[in-house]
Design a binder for this molecule. Structure first.
Ligand SMILES: [Zn+2]
Length: 273
């Protein structure tokens, strides 16, 4: 899943590898996927893209946008983006772009995800919110701003609901939520009304520190980057971390379903308040 850390890593990698190469071939929806969200007729994608090139990639929350000469491409959620110079015969994809140096940019939807193209206005509420709110990596995301987000929210929300739903923090999803809460020694089910000022400060610091660490490590080990490599940040509270136990105290990690996704917690380090 592209969360805000992956969107940032991918945008940097696209800027390093894919800019200013002339697009000579485009294939859209070769392998139709029920949950691939496309917003234009497939011929429109080709019309805008062929003969042009990528100019700049940037991220807004969990959304990745590539400015092209005649249009913009936007990717979100469970889209795997890959840049490569050879193709597997069994490759499935919903957007395939060939550059004039015979390298390829490919977007393939895993569970669900958006592969959008627009040339004027992108009428998508999630996109507007992601663009409008301050990024965690910007100076606008201060402790005051974060505390205010908590104070303005319904106090009966759990921490997971507060952090990872309703786009309060665009691009911050269930995956990032797990390690941030573990690092903060807070439980995903704790209601935000029980958070002390110290808890909020610790949560804020953990969030900023951890997200920078993940980006500096090229993403999480649960996701693949633009070149098909797993991120070097080893997730702790995840399916890949569960076998190792809690890195802090060695306890077995608990996995349970909560609010439409799995949560992973350490029973000793994260006590529900
Ligand atoms: Zn622990």
């Amino acid at each position: 899943m592209i969360e805000l850390t992956e969107a940032l890593v991918l945008s940097r990698q696209i800027n390093q590898s894919c800019l200013n190469k002339k697009i000579i071939n485009v294939v859209v929806n070769q392998n139709p996927h029920k949950m691939a969200w496309l917003n234009k007729d497939i011929n429109e994608y080709s019309k805008f893209l062929i003969g042009s090139s990528f100019k700049l990639a940037k991220s807004y929350g969990g959304m990745l946008e590539i400015d092209c000469e005649k249009c913009h491409l936007v990717f979100a959620e469970g889209v795997q983006l890959t840049y490569c110079d050879s193709l597997d015969s069994d490759l499935r994809h919903q957007l395939f772009i060939e550059f004039n140096d015979h390298t390829y940019f490919i977007a393939a939807v895993k569970m669900y995800g958006g592969i959008w193209c627009y040339n004027d206005v992108f009428d998508n509420p999630y996109y507007f919110i992601a663009k409008k709110k301050p990024s965690i990596f910007s100076t606008g995301f201060t402790l005051d701003y974060f505390s205010q987000l908590i104070n303005e929210s319904n106090e009966s929300l759990s921490l997971k609901a507060f952090l990872a739903t309703e786009q309060r923090i665009p691009g911050f999803g269930n995956g990032l939520c797990q390690d941030v809460l573990w690092k903060s020694k807070l439980h995903p089910k704790t209601k935000i009304r029980y958070l002390s000022k110290m808890d909020i400060n610790r949560l804020y610091d953990s969030m900023i520190e951890l997200l920078h660490e993940i980006v500096d490590s090229g993403g999480r080990d649960t996701e693949k980057d633009l070149y098909g490599n797993k991120g070097r940040y080893n997730t702790k509270m995840s399916l890949s971390g569960i076998e190792l136990g809690c890195p802090e105290c060695g306890s077995s990690i608990l996995k349970e379903s909560y609010l439409g996704g799995s949560i992973y917690t350490c029973p000793k380090c994260q006590i529900k308040q």
